[in-house]
Write a protein that binds this ligand. Structure first.
Ligand code: ATP
Ligand code: MG
Length: 324
């Protein structure tokens, strides 16, 4: 078993909780007045943990929001969906972080983030954080935290505590061209503490320290040699695959849906996958739930709006299978 069971304690994700505003016209950038919709609850760690809780996994988030409507919107949603928010700090001085997103015609995205210069960057280790981390059974590391001088030390400390109590660690590299770290953290050092890797696109090769012209299996083998024991690869509308270090390989095709808003698909995939594996489901079952969670998410505008309960995922999977 790659991941610690759900009964050891909640899956914890540490990092940004944001309000997201989406431009409703397709195009490049934000250099003129544009129609927008939002705010939506967002931030990769928040989307991930919300889907994890909705899937039925025990789940907690550590982060910081402002004392404003964007913060309240997020905390209400997370709590209603079953996430333990006892480790969230409310900053009296800084506003909740924001992400503006616009889709390009080719499906790429442009972002304007106010991330570590918002309340999100005011996260500090305190008694509330200590309390929730000390109960944690699994840590999900979101790549956005890796280079950050304030948040990365908190994530690394949590990883140490959770591993010491027999917990496990997953990593979603989640590379974004707009986000550059200020701390010198090497991806290989993060890989060494990772049990489950959840890459998409070139992230598999980046994580392995290889160029993307090598064979996928070569990158997987190098990561297994570095201590990773399970790799779930996200392939957008081509579904997903899972490699386990015991040699098991599983592929699952995507569910056919009409994509409305792809943001959050990877995070929902991860939340459902981690919850499913910690609840004892097989890689095949976990990939199916994760593909369903990613597919349902892209049918809704707003990054967290499509996060679905296990019951809803079961209904969606059954309906899609009876269509075939
Ligand atoms: P993100 O952009 O949120 O970081 P990602 O690149 O990490 O996403 P994707 O591969 O885009 O992850 O999506 C995760 C999963 O969601 C896919 O493996 C697939 O199962 C599902 N998914 C994503 N897009 C679609 C789609 N258009 N149709 C069906 N399923 C999809
Ligand atoms: Mg991703």
């Amino acid at each position: 078993m790659t991941l610690a069971p759900d009964s050891l304690g909640p899956t914890i994700c540490i990092g940004e909780i944001l309000a997201e505003i989406v431009v409703t016209s397709i195009g490049e950038g934000f250099d003129q007045p544009l129609p927008m919709i939002g705010p939506f609850p967002s931030g990769a760690p928040a989307i991930f943990i919300d889907q994890c809780a909705r899937m039925g996994g025990s789940a907690a988030i550590v982060g910081a929001v402002g004392k404003d409507d964007f913060g309240r919107m997020n905390l209400t949603r997370l709590q209603d969906d079953g996430v333990d928010i006892s480790g969230v700090i409310v900053s009296p001085d800084y506003p909740t972080g924001t992400a503006f997103v616009r889709y390009r015609p080719d499906g790429d995205r442009d972002f304007v983030f106010n991330l570590w210069t918002s309340a999100a960057g005011q996260l500090r280790w305190n008694d509330k954080v200590d309390d929730v981390v000390s109960r944690g059974g699994h840590l999900h590391i979101m790549g956005t935290a890796i280079g950050n001088g304030t948040v990365w030390p908190i994530v690394a400390r949590a990883a140490h505590i959770i591993k010491q109590r027999g917990g496990s660690v997953s990593l979603d590299p989640n590379l974004r061209k707009e986000l550059n770290g200020d701390a010198d953290v090497k991806i290989m050092d993060v890989i060494k503490m990772t049990d489950l890797l959840l890459p998409s696109g070139d992230e598999l090769y980046h994580a392995a320290g290889l160029s993307s012209d090598v064979n996928e299996k070569t990158a997987v083998a190098k990561l297994f040699a570095s201590g990773v024991s399970e790799i779930a690869i996200k392939r957008g509308e081509n579904g997903s695959s899972c490699y386990v270090s015991d040699g098991t390989i599983t592929h699952a095709s995507a569910f056919g849906v009409t994509e409305v808003d792809p943001t959050g698909a990877g995070d929902c995939f991860g939340g459902a996958y981690v919850a499913a594996r910690r609840l004892g489901l097989t890689t095949d079952e976990a990939l199916t739930y994760a593909n369903a969670a990613g597919a349902l998410n892209v049918t809704q505008q707003g990054p967290m709006e499509g996060a679905a309960t296990r019951e809803q995922l079961d209904g969606f999977i059954a309906a899609k299978r009876s269509d075939q």
